[in-house]
Design a binder for this molecule. Structure first.
Ligand SMILES: *Cc1c(COP(=O)(O)O)cnc(C)c1O
Length: 397
């Protein structure tokens, strides 16, 4: 039998078969860890031939990876119909920087969603601005209105949908149509949805970026990022990434590859629990609003319904305006099953006090109460609800 996937397979099948070429796995199931810096060649002629071919999936030098990394990259590409290839990075932030740096040049203008992950914003200010690349932030709900912000030197429109912390779902097809008509490159931070819930390339986006640290790794023990793009941009992405010397360790790649195989069931189960808990939270005293793309009050809910295959397990809620910061902190501190910390997408639940208003520039966040972001893990949803209930009761009553 062959484990090679077919383009016609469903995403859950591709999660299992992706990247498992027999020349990479040998006789075991998943690609083993190939630790390497030096690759040895039979002869000078063979080394010269490898340099000349300059191919992916070809032994060359440790910085170009080994079957462990190639297998993971190929599996991620397989999940994005229409994609040409994937580069891996040592973190999600490095992936965002890698995608941008492969396209922008001094004098360019960049449009970035105001709801973007904060380190993306900081990178634009502190790295791109001094290089002479101007960033303008736009209302994530702008849709086709983005045309009014496009200039002759606009090179990239950067999207993140749903938005970090506030979960606005963008009208991705409308923005991509404006960009295509003007030859502007589109990039999306697709970490929340993954290709399972939003296959971005087939929906018209040129670059899709994942913080693999989250759902791909899935076990809160590895940092990694990926960028997947189309034929038009693949050679440039690959070249820039290699010039910056970006590589992930084979040990980390093997763990990410192991995580990827079960991402579908984790995401489905965690998404189901998260929606159940979001609906429950909406009914509780002391809660003013819940921001979850599958709930009708979420900005862009109609786009989520039209474009997404489901909902992930990260959302936020807002307390009533009379709830103080110390009450909010006490609520988080009292939770038994929710860890307090950054990141998300692992098998365990997390709670984080968030203040999105402070990081906006193009729009003002209209929320009035203090907010908490929840990541729902694989624990029993009833236990999680009971935990939230005991803390709410104690702090809000
Ligand atoms: C966490 C996160 C990142 C960055 O990933 P790291 O691996 O932590 O660098 C990027 N985008 C989003 C939306 C994230 O949540």
């Amino acid at each position: 039998m062959s484990t090679n996937g077919s383009d016609d397979d469903q995403p859950f099948t591709k999660l299992v078969t992706g990247g498992r070429r027999s020349e990479w796995t040998g006789v075991v199931v998943n690609a083993p860890v190939w630790r390497a810096s030096t690759i040895l060649f039979d002869s000078v002629a063979h080394l010269r031939a490898a340099v000349k071919r300059n191919q992916d999936g070809d032994f060359y030098y440790g910085r170009r990876g080994t079957p462990t990394q190639w297998s993971l990259a190929e599996a991620l590409t397989a999940l994005e119909p229409g994609a040409a290839g994937t580069m891996l990075y040592p973190s999600g932030v490095a992936a965002i920087c890698g995608a941008l740096l492969s396209v922008v040049k001094p004098g360019d203008h960049l449009l970035v969603a105001d709801s973007v992950y904060d380190p993306t914003r900081v990178f634009c200010h502190h790295v791109l601005a001094p290089m002479g690349i101007e960033t303008e932030f736009y209302d994530p709900m702008i849709g086709a209105g983005i045309a009014d912000l496009c200039r002759p030197n606009t090179r990239v429109i950067f999207l993140e949908s749903p938005g970090s912390l506030t979960f606005e779902v963008q009208d991705v097809p409308a923005i991509c149509a404006v960009a295509k008509a003007r030859n502007i490159v589109t990039m999306i931070d697709n970490t929340w949805a993954t290709p399972l819930l939003f296959p971005a390339i087939s929906r018209g986006v040129d670059f899709t970026i994942l913080a693999c640290t989250k759902y791909v790794v899935g076990h809160s023990d590895v940092m990694m990022g990926s960028v997947t793009t189309t034929e038009a941009y693949w050679a440039g992405l690959r070249r820039t990434t290699q010039l910056y010397g970006q590589i992930v360790s084979p040990d980390d790649a093997a763990l990410a590859s192991r995580g990827l195989r079960t991402m579908g069931v984790r995401l489905r189960q965690q998404g189901e629990s998260a929606l159940q808990i979001a609906l429950w939270l909406e009914q509780q005293r002391g809660i003013r609003a819940v921001y979850h793309p599958a709930l009708p009050n979420c900005p862009g809910h109609a786009f989520w319904k039209r474009d997404f295959n489901g909902a992930a397990s990260l959302f936020a809620f807002e307390f009533d305006t009379d709830v103080t910061d110390s009450q909010r902190c006490a609520f988080v501190d009292r939770l038994r099953l929710f860890g307090i910390g950054f990141s998300w997408g692992g098998f365990e639940s997390l709670a984080l006090a968030i203040d999105p208003a402070s990081i906006r520039t193009a729009t003002t966040w209209e929320g009035h109460g203090l907010m908490v972001r929840l990541h729902i893990g694989l624990e029993d949803a009833g236990d999680l609800t009971a935990d939230l209930a005991q803390s709410l009761e104690h702090v809000i009553a």
